[in-house]
Design a protein around this ligand. Structure first.
Ligand SMILES: Cc1cc2nc3c(=O)[nH]c(=O)nc-3n(C[C@H](O)[C@H](O)[C@H](O)COP(=O)(O)O)c2cc1C
Length: 520
């Protein structure tokens, strides 16, 4: 809020208080005629305050005069604005936003009653309504975070109590595709974009940073797997994401593993994933993205085509290289690549975990001299020793900018998984909370040993701002999520960004960069 505005809104609120005080005083007088401004040249509509103030609408439940409610409203508002000025506390700014909104909505209704129902105008009521509208407009413009904070809070409640229980009655893959296609529609609809932009995204200099030469408006990204058909590039920036990974995209199309491909484990705050790189293939994705403009950095996750039986290790490498080549030759304006070496649900005995296999893959991709940074999507099931050995190999390849920790949880015995829930699924691996602990341990390990060499992206089990901040403080420059958004709703992204600003302020940090690795 601009400081010079404070005396203005305070003055307006005091004028509203005096106006409502006068109307209340008039109400309790025996002679109920209010001395309205009278001008014979004006229509009668403007000259009879009494018609409004003596109408049945002027008292609530037949006893409480609206003027008195107005007096209480302006009294509280004046006090709250004063407290906001004196204490600088967020609570009072949130209250101001809420009360000015309620005041404006109520005034809208009262103006409707005067003009349409009673057909007479009371100048004193009109003045009160005008003040309410001006106060709301000022609050709307200058209390942006507080306005969005309320929307995020109410949106979260609606999602968790109404939308999610309904969605969770329906097959998860059906809902996933429905949500993705709805997102694609909204992203292509200019009025919808304008409305969502007013409601959600949080922009703040504290959250901005440049990583690997790429500008990020905030550190929260959508991780690979949700937008595997590139539906969401236009909607994600306006719901608040700082970046997005599309894919995993494979060179050839694959319809996905036999169902079930997705399942829900609400007690474990997790999803069962058995997609096996369901992908329309690199050509289709390129066709969709060619020459498209993106508001946020977009990454393409590349993995080897699944579903081709008897593919050899060498053929897998050639297949991955072919997909990279297609994107490099295209006009897709992606900012980075992810190389997914850790998908657990693939056919065949191909693995890039043995160090020689990893070296062969990286050498082949390295020969492409890619123009954009590459991040390796790492597994979380390997021991510290095995992970360090893999990082050592990866560190030798200069084209690799960073690593992402990490992918899904393979271990069905993980204590974060509810035993009864896991039994429901005979296939697949697990996202969400069961990935969090190991992901955090590996972020810390990588930061300690390779913090200067690699940019680290933290991924796994982020459900709120504390989870995201913890990963950043352990060494992640950026974070990604999917499952948290499915359980908490799409407003989670804006909520994390909003609350991250507070956490940085509380820790005395000027920018998100200053928080990276401070707990290590
Ligand atoms: C439905 C779904 C599909 C996924 N598909 C991929 C994928 O294609 N490529 C990949 O690298 N990771 C994939 N993942 C893993 C996520 O990118 C992420 O690493 C993991 O879910 C942990 O993050 P989360 O707890 O925030 O979901 C998938 C996850 C989910 C939930």
């Amino acid at each position: 809020m601009k400081r010079w505005l404070l005396p203005i809104i305070l003055t307006l609120s005091v004028v509203g208080l005096i106006d409502a005080g006068y109307l209340t005083w008039e109400h309790y007088q025996t002679a109920n005629i209010i001395p309205c401004y009278y001008n014979p040249r004006l229509p009668a509509f403007f000259s009879d305050c009494g018609k409004v103030l003596n109408s049945a609408y002027s008292v609530l439940f037949g006893v409480i005069p609206l003027a008195l409610i107005g007096l209480i409203h302006y009294g509280i508002l004046t006090a709250v604005i004063l407290l906001a000025i004196i204490t600088g506390k967020k609570f009072f700014r949130y209250w101001t936003m809420l009360e000015t909104t309620i005041g404006a909505l109520a005034s809208l209704y009262f103006v409707y009653l005067m003009v349409i129902v009673i057909k007479s105008f009371c100048q004193f009521c009109g003045l009160s309504a005008l003040i309410s509208f001006i106060l709301f407009i000022i609050a709307y413009h200058y209390l942006e975070y507080e306005r969005k904070g309320w929307i995020i809070y109410i949106g979260g409640l609606i999602y968790k109590n109404i939308v999610k229980p309904f969605f969770f009655l329906i097959d998860p893959e059906t809902i996933h595709i429905f949500m993705a296609q709805t997102g694609e529609f909204l992203g292509a609809c200019p009025p919808c974009r304008w409305i969502i932009k007013e409601l959600l995204p949080i922009d703040n200099p504290r959250l901005r940073q440049t990583v690997a030469g790429i500008k990020f408006a905030n550190p929260i990204g959508l991780s690979a797997g949700f937008d595997y058909e590139a539906w969401l590039t236009q909607i994600l920036p306006i719901i608040g994401f700082g970046f997005e990974t599309i894919g995993t995209v494979t060179n050839h199309p694959y319809d996905g593993n036999p169902r079930p491909r997705l399942g829900r484990l609400p007690k474990s705050k997790s999803l069962m994933v058995n997609k096996g790189f369901k992908s329309p293939g690199a050509d289709k994705i390129i066709e969709k993205l060619d020459n498209k403009h993106f508001e946020i950095p977009i990454g393409i996750s590349i993995g080897r085509t699944n579903g081709i039986k008897n593919m050899t290790q060498k053929q897998s490498i050639n297949d991955i290289v072919a997909a990279f080549k297609k994107f490099e030759r295209s006009k897709v304006q992606n900012a980075y690549y992810e190389l997914n070496i850790s998908c657990p649900n693939l056919y065949g005995n191909i693995s890039f975990y043995p160090l020689n296999n990893l070296r062969d893959l990286l050498a082949a991709v390295g020969k492409l001299r890619l123009k954009k940074p590459v991040f390796i999507k790492m597994p979380i099931e390997k021991s510290d020793k095995e992970t360090l050995a893999m990082l050592n190999v990866i560190s030798k390849f200069r084209f690799v900018t960073g690593v992402i920790f990490g992918n899904l949880q393979k271990n069905r015995q993980d204590p974060a998984l509810d035993k009864q829930e896991v039994k429901k699924f005979r296939v697949g691996n697990f996202s969400g909370k069961p990935t969090e602990k190991r992901s955090n341990q590996l972020i810390k390990l990588a930061y300690k040993n390779y913090g200067k060499r690699f940019v680290i992206i933290g991924c796994g089990g982020i459900f709120d701002v504390k989870d995201a901040y913890q990963k950043i403080k352990l060494g992640a420059s950026l974070v990604q999520l999917i499952t948290g958004m499915i359980y908490q709703g799409p407003a989670l992204i804006a909520q994390i960004n909003l609350e991250l600003i507070d956490l940085l302020k509380k820790d005395g940090l000027k920018n998100i960069v200053d928080a990276v690795g401070i707990d290590v």
